[in-house]
Design a protein around this ligand. Structure first.
Ligand SMILES: [Fe+2]
Ligand SMILES: [Fe+2]
Length: 369
């Protein structure tokens, strides 16, 4: 880089996003450990922390083409692209297997990039909870979560950087969702948005990627990250179950509106136009063909994913009393959208007790010694 090419102020600023937090910070003088479930969860978190350097084998060689070729499940974007390639006039009609393989690699990189950015958001929100929650046991627990999320951000960034190549930018949808949590003045909304909504989304997305890869490093990384996430969801359920019975109907209504906003009204998921740019295809030119192919074949790439998400979300929202508050305001609306079928689905509120892959691996290593 010559002197004239040194990064200017604008370039430096482009690498930082500034968000203003409107919440009060609480310093507490009561150190009494009187929240037994949070004490148990904190102790569990300390024992189950893993080491991103020594617990994962970064010497494993990853061949991206082989990674996508050996996937037991076809990537949803690739499935849609294959269908779109058959549409008359489609810009993908001359694509060979080589292009579809490259698209699968780009789609994987795009997903891992959103995981990485989302994990950084989780780190910031967990740190916000350390500052803003008025209970000492919750501050201690949120501190362990902050460390967990640092490790998650770091391992996704490292996997992308050392094994796959350049990351994609954060999707505007995820960016807006997390920014709103950081700005909010109410401490519990950070929990509701992160531990209840986004971590349910993350568990569904990580689970889907885990099922669709045979690559050993990525598999282990995802299993370990998911073990931590299961604790984080439990943290949200335990904390908000104590707090929400104290709120007024008006306050509860705001939380119900928040959930509607983050589920039904916000369901349109942004695609990643940059994938097509990297494939040398104009996103505007290909989108109509993708849409036509999806309609004709009744393909909804997000459908199975939505199921995974709501199966984790709805039971926890029920436990918080938010389905039935205000004469079943949320129950009625989610019912109309068909979401009540998930009311008694996955129990992620206590999943962490059984889903601890780190403890399982350690026990197995001990018996084999
Ligand atoms: Fe995480
Ligand atoms: Fe998390």
């Amino acid at each position: 880089m010559t002197a004239t090419e040194l990064p200017g102020r604008a370039e430096v600023d482009a690498s930082i996003k500034v968000v203003h937090d409107n919440a009060d910070r609480f310093f507490l003088w009561n150190y009494e450990r009187n929240r037994g479930q949070l004490v148990t969860l904190y102790n569990k978190a300390m024992a189950s922390q893993w080491n991103s350097v020594t617990d994962l084998d970064w010497s494993i060689n990853v061949d991206p083409e082989e990674l996508v070729a050996t996937s037991p499940q076809q990537n949803a974007t690739v499935e849609l692209a294959r269908a779109a390639a058959e549409e008359p006039g489609s810009p993908l009609r001359n694509w060979s297997e080589k292009e579809f393989s490259q698209l699968a690699i780009e789609a994987l990189k795009a997903s891992l990039s959103q995981f990485m950015h989302g994990e950084q958001g989780a780190m910031i929100v967990a740190a916000k909870i350390v500052e803003t929650v008025p209970w000492i046991d919750a501050k201690y627990y949120a501190s362990t979560q902050t460390m967990d999320e640092a490790r998650h951000t770091e391992v996704f960034a490292k996997y992308l950087h050392t094994k796959l190549g350049e990351a994609y930018p954060m999707s505007p949808f995820l960016d807006a969702q997390i920014t709103a949590l950081i700005e909010d003045s109410r401490w519990d909304v950070a929990y509701l948005g992160m531990q209840i909504v986004i971590e349910s989304l993350a568990l569904a997305a990580f689970g889907r990627m885990l099922r669709s890869t045979e690559e050993p490093l990525l598999k282990k990384l995802l299993r370990y990250v998911m073990s931590d996430e299961a604790r984080h969801v439990a943290f949200g359920v335990i904390s908000l179950s104590e707090y929400y019975p104290e709120l007024t109907d008006t306050e509860l209504k705001e939380r119900q509106e928040f959930l509607l906003e983050n589920t039904l009204r916000n369901r349109s998921r942004s695609t990643t136009p940059e994938i097509w740019e990297r494939m040398g295809v104009n996103p505007d030119a290909v989108v109509p063909y993708l849409r036509a192919a999806a309609e004709k074949r009744d393909l909804n790439p997000f459908q199975s994913f939505q199921h995974g998400f709501f199966a984790k979300l709805v039971p926890n929202v029920r436990k918080l009393g938010l389905l039935d508050a205000n004469n079943g305001y949320l129950r009625e609306r989610w019912g109309e959208a068909g979401l009540l079928q998930f009311e008694f689905a996955d129990d992620t509120g206590s999943d962490y007790e059984s889903y601890d892959e780190v403890a399982k691996d350690r026990a197995a290593a001990e018996t084999s010694d």
